[in-house]
Write a protein of this length. Structure first.
Length: 345
C-alpha cells in the first residue's frame, strides 16, 4: 500500500484514497493507520481526513445492537491527526515524545456512526487552543477537534499534550523507578488469570478484554488490568508503559460491567457517549494496575436518555495513575429503521 504525500494547498479537497505515512502517526502497521490526509491552514488551524475500518479485529469487536462504529476508533483517528500535527503543524522532531496530560471526547450525534455496510469517512477540523513554547520549541499544546461524517458533526475531542525531547523523557520515566522500564515486547504474553467473560464488558472475543479478577463490592467494581502486550492494535509497537488508550478501554469495560451487574443494563444497548481522561503519572508494565469504577451523581441533561456517568480510577502501588470519567448512553428507543438487518430477523 502506498502513502499519500502531505499537501498544503488549502483549495484542494482532502483525500481518502491512500493512508498517510505511518511514521507521522507513530504506527508500525499500515493496517492500523486510519488517517488519510492532513493539511495546515494557518498557524492555529489544520484539518485532516480519516477512514474508519469497516471491519477490525479490535475496534469492530462489540456486541452492540444496533451496530455502531466504535467511538474509540474515532478517538484513535483524532489521536493520529494530532500526532501528525505535532510534526507538521508544530515542527516537532521525530524523536520528540508526546505525553498526554488530559483528553476528552464527546459524541454529540452518534447516528452517523451507525454501521450500514459502508466505509465511514471522517473530516477532522483542528484548532490550537493553547500553545506554550520553551526556547522557541513547542512544549505544551492543547488541541480542539470537531469530527464530521458526511458533513454532519458527530462530536468533539480535546487533548492537552506535553512535548519532550527524548533525553528529557527518559529522565521523566525514571522519576518513580529504580530500574529502567521494560518494553512490552520483552514481557510474557500470557496473563496470570483469565480475563472476564467478553459479553459482560460488551465484547465478543476474549483477546479484546482488558479486565481480570473482577469483583463487585458494595458500591464499586474492582478489577485488575489485563495488559495485552501481544495485541496487534493496543500494542502496535513496543511501549515502555501502558498506553492511555488501553486505560480508556479498561475504563469503558469497567463501566459496562458495572451497569450490567448493578442495574441490569444490557451491554449490547450501551455506547460510549463521553469520556474524559486525566493522566497523573506513567502506568508501568511490570506492576499490577488496579481498576476501580463507581457510579457518580449526574446532573447533566444527557442523563435524561437513561445513560449513566461512571468514575474510574486506575491505581498502581497505592498511587493514582489516571482518573477517567465515562458516560455510557443507551440505544434503547432508537428508531427501528436504524437497526441492522440481522436484528430484524
Amino acid at each position: 500500500m502506498t502513502t499519500l504525500d502531505v499537501r498544503t494547498d488549502p483549495t484542494a479537497d482532502l483525500s481518502t484514497r491512500r493512508t498517510i505515512d505511518r511514521h507521522l502517526v507513530h504506527r508500525a502497521a499500515i493496517a492500523e493507520v486510519f488517517l488519510t490526509d492532513f493539511r495546515t491552514i494557518d498557524s492555529t488551524t489544520f484539518e485532516a481526513a480519516a477512514q474508519l475500518p469497516p471491519a477490525h479485529s479490535y475496534y469492530g469487536d462489540h456486541t452492540g445492537r444496533p451496530e455502531l462504529h466504535d467511538p474509540l476508533a474515532v478517538f484513535e483517528s483524532v489521536r493520529q491527526m494530532l500526532l501528525c500535527a505535532m510534526h507538521l503543524q508544530h515542527g516537532a522532531s521525530h524523536d520528540t515524545k508526546s505525553i498526554t496530560a488530559e483528553c476528552r471526547m464527546e459524541i454529540t450525534d452518534p447516528l452517523p456512526l451507525l454501521a450500514d455496510g459502508g466505509v465511514p469517512e471522517l473530516t477532522l477540523l483542528g484548532k490550537v487552543a493553547l500553545e506554550k513554547l520553551y526556547d522557541g520549541v513547542t512544549a505544551r499544546v492543547v488541541h480542539d477537534v470537531e469530527v464530521l461524517v458526511g458533513g454532519r458533526s458527530v462530536g468533539t475531542v480535546s487533548v492537552d499534550t506535553a512535548l519532550r525531547p527524548n533525553d528529557i523523557y527518559q529522565g521523566l520515566r525514571m522519576s518513580h523507578r529504580t530500574t529502567p522500564p521494560p518494553y512490552s515486547d520483552t514481557l510474557p504474553t500470557g496473563g496470570p488469570a483469565a480475563p472476564v467473560r467478553p459479553h459482560l464488558v460488551g465484547r465478543e472475543h476474549a483477546e479484546n478484554v482488558v479486565l481480570r479478577d473482577v469483583r463487585d463490592t458494595e458500591d464499586t467494581v474492582v478489577a485488575r488490568l489485563h495488559v495485552p502486550v501481544a495485541h496487534r492494535s493496543m500494542f502496535d509497537h513496543p511501549q515502555d508503559h501502558v498506553p492511555g488508550p488501553v486505560m480508556m478501554e479498561a475504563a469503558r469495560q469497567a463501566a459496562v460491567f458495572l451497569l450490567g451487574e448493578r442495574f441490569g443494563q444490557a451491554p449490547a444497548k450501551l455506547f460510549l457517549q463521553q469520556i474524559t481522561a486525566t493522566y497523573l503519572r506513567f502506568a508501568e508494565l511490570d506492576s499490577d494496575l488496579l481498576v476501580q469504577a463507581c457510579l457518580v451523581p449526574d446532573d447533566d441533561a444527557a442523563a435524561a436518555d437513561g445513560g449513566k456517568l461512571i468514575a474510574v480510577s486506575l491505581l498502581q502501588s497505592n498511587q493514582t495513575v489516571a482518573r477517567i470519567q465515562v458516560r455510557l448512553g443507551l440505544t434503547v428507543g432508537w428508531p427501528q429503521d436504524t437497526l441492522g438487518a440481522h436484528d430484524a430477523l
